[in-house]
Design a protein. Sequence first.
Length: 344
Amino acid sequence: MNSADVPKRLPSHRKGLIATSKRTAPGTLATPSLEPPRASFGPDPAQQALAARETGSRMRELLGQLPWTHLSRRRAAAGGSLLVDRAHRGGGEALSVLVGRHQAAVCGYLNTCLTDPAMVDWATEHTFRHVVRASGHHPSHAVPRIHLLDTARSVAAGAWRSHPESCAVTEGFREWIVESVGPWPPQGPAPLYEAYRCLPARWQTALWHLAVEDDHPALISDMLGLSPGRLALARQRAQHMLSDLYLTAYRRAVSGRPACTSFVQHLAVYTTSRDIAATGHAEYCPSCSRAEADLTHLDIGVRLHLPALLLGWWDDTAYRQMRYLALRNSDPRGMARRLRRDLD
């Protein structure tokens, strides 16, 4: 990373929980490659679930009130990578929709990485700039939200690696960066990771925004081009497909272990007929116990484990709180205008 790429004059204190300060002149930062071996799952899962329910209900209510989340029907079909591609080709409306949908999430995620509001502000804008510019040279990510968060994490980590003395990061994120060396995903592909990546882009988007982000139904409907009434069906179809792919991936992973292979067959029947009694194998086999838990409570497994498997760094409670504050306190339209001028 070039030293000119990172803002040098940073405030000596934090004015608030999200970035609201005036940005210093941003540069063009090449997103570094970051391939961590360890996924951070943040605080205790029980505490996460409790805090997430409270924050999630407030966030959904707020998302339903903000004017830039109520997209017109002619924009609704511009979901997924198509929106990024249109923004790259100079579509001002597409860029506005892209920033309106994802700015608070990117800002909230960066606030779990960085402690300086000016740096968060700069990194948020740079993340969008990099993703839109790069879409012309690389295949677009299946889910723009995940691609944006992945880029934001790399921008934050790259800035800290280049200027550790001036780039203030959270304690948890610093520890994660220091320990993050080696291939990704950790310890070989996880069945949940493999299964999710094999889903069609439409169902990846559905599961991420429904099960992980818990976004407002109107926003998800626009992203998928579905009526709100069909979201429940979309969620069921995506979960069913994920369950089948998970079983396939896990069966392949334990092919050399006869007891586990037999348990996978039992598990396949159990997921379709819960009347089947569980076997005792999972009691002494940690990997089969994890597979049983993942498939029995698929929504919980997706929400608690998928973000860390995809992004590496993930503090669920902090992310939801910071994203809520970003939704409440910021207006993405100003950022969209600045990006439009830069990209023209």
